[in-house]
Design a protein around this ligand. Structure first.
Ligand SMILES: [Zn+2]
Length: 449
């Protein structure tokens, strides 16, 4: 995600492949979802999650990331109805008490329903919201919590990214109102009668958007099909978003390794408090920025260069976005800096980070780059410290290591954790393993550890 911080007179305002063989993931998780959405934005769904127990388990843990809007009415495991409990402190956590032995396969089916709020009636980013021309369905289904020797949960906060999930294959059958087109992180296959089949592999979550009256610009970049969607009046911004996305994708492929999906869709939607949001294979860009892209020569490209980088740092290497949001955000922000550097604009982006970091420190003097999401009450200082400070930290690390070893460390981190889960210590270990000089003094400046 990319947010924007501006100090105005009114005070604080947020405006806001090839090589499939080398990209195969180790464990099998498969989501089979049926979703039907009415013209009044009532949502009815059924999800079946096919998985294999990673250990002897007492329970399966589900996350419902829209706990106010979506409710689960029944859960079955292998065809047997289950009781479940909702955590008192954290209603997004559902615990299904079904003992499983290590390597036992299971199928969990949950029935759920709810309503998608209107964009103007909701207070979030707009990632689960309906407007006249776009319905964003982020985290629109119950997800299995990620597993890393324990179920990974965490508080659901109104700022930052919430989803902590394992990579899975997906099949979605989506019934949308007449005249709406489905755009998603997978491949869409229209089946007729307003039903679309979506299939995707290796997705950490399935982002879905319904659009109406949009125009699309598309082209192939080597083996990747990029499509950019917007309202007709925003097609100039959409063309620019398309161009930046293609350039960033090619740069990151050269620096880090192949983009792992066959498609990448970029969609202009109404967003508030966020300028861009990432899903595997899908990027949302804030519509307001499309309307004035030519007045944002630094920030507009930053949105897409940042979100494209999340296709490596988040989609491929997962991390705990609540406990350690810096891990993917610092990498995505710094990668966007590499995009500007390739354009001869490194000094400009470093100056932006320095300014933004100073503002962040003023707003939240106690937080550090590696503070958890809850260390930034109401999001205060979050972008400045975690994104810009995190990027400045990586810039320092690179200066100590040299370009070649810095990129070698990133590639080794990606290779070791692709389709898995990494912690901040894994990233720091990758740098340490490739760095002849000690990085301790550098890290002490930025991190609380
Ligand atoms: Zn981000």
């Amino acid at each position: 995600m990319l947010r924007r911080y501006l100090l105005l007179t009114l005070g604080f305002v947020v405006a806001g492949v090839a090589c499939w063989g080398c990209l195969v993931r180790a464990e099998d998780l498969f989501y089979d979802i049926r979703l039907a959405i009415s013209p009044e934005w009532e949502l009815n769904g059924l999800v079946t999650i096919h998985g294999t127990a990673a250990a002897d388990l007492e329970e399966l843990v589900l996350r419902v990331y829209q706990p106010e809007e979506l409710s689960v009415s029944s859960i079955e495991v292998d065809g047997i109805a289950q009781n479940w409990t909702k955590d008192a402190q954290e209603p997004s956590v559902l615990r299904v008490h079904t003992p499983l032995t290590r390597e036992q396969t299971y199928s969990l089916t949950a029935e759920f329903s709810g309503r998608v709020p209107l964009f103007h009636d909701q207070s979030g980013y707009g990632t689960f919201a309906a407007s006249e021309h776009a319905v964003v369905l982020g985290a629109a289904y119950p997800m299995l919590a990620a597993w890393d020797d324990a179920w990974l949960t965490g508080p659901l906060l109104p700022w930052g990214d919430a989803v902590v999930a394992d990579v899975a294959d997906y099949r979605l059958t989506m019934e949308a109102p007449k005249g709406w087109e489905v755009v998603s992180g997978g491949y869409e296959i229209p089946l007729g009668n307003n039903v679309t089949l979506v299939e995707g592999q290796n997705l950490r979550e399935l982002g879905i958007v319904l659009v109406k009256g949009y125009v699309v610009q598309s082209a192939e970049f080597k083996s990747v099909s990029i499509r950019s969607f917007s309202l007709p009046e925003h097609s100039a911004g959409s063309r620019e978003a398309f161009r930046i996305t293609g350039e960033a994708l090619q740069l990151y492929e050269a620096l880090f390794g192949p983009y792992p999906y066959g498609t990448l869709d970029v969609v202009s939607v109404p967003l508030q408090w966020a300028a861009g949001v990432e899903y595997p294979g899908l990027i949302l860009g804030g519509e307001l920025y499309y309307a004035r892209w030519e007045y944002e020569p630094l920030f507009f490209p930053m949105i897409f260069a940042h979100e494209v980088a999340h296709q490596w740092w988040y989609a491929q290497v997962g991390n705990h976005q609540v406990n350690e949001p810096w891990v993917d955000e610092a990498l995505a922000t710094y990668s966007s800096g590499l995009y500007f550097e390739a354009k001869g604009r490194l000094e400009e982006i470093v100056a932006y980070w320095q300014n933004s970091y100073q503002l962040g420190r003023r707003r939240n003097p106690h937080a550090m780059v590696d503070s958890p999401l809850w260390g930034f009450a109401d999001g205060a200082g979050y972008g400045g410290i975690v994104y810009s400070g995190g990027a400045l930290m990586l810039h320092d690390i690179r200066a100590h290591m040299g370009d070649e070893l810095f990129l070698a460390a990133l590639r080794s981190y990606l290779g070791a954790h692709r389709w898995g889960f990494a912690w901040g210590d894994d990233l720091l270990r990758a740098f340490a393993a490739h760095s002849p000089p000690s990085l301790d003094a550098v890290l002490a400046r930025w991190l609380s550890r």
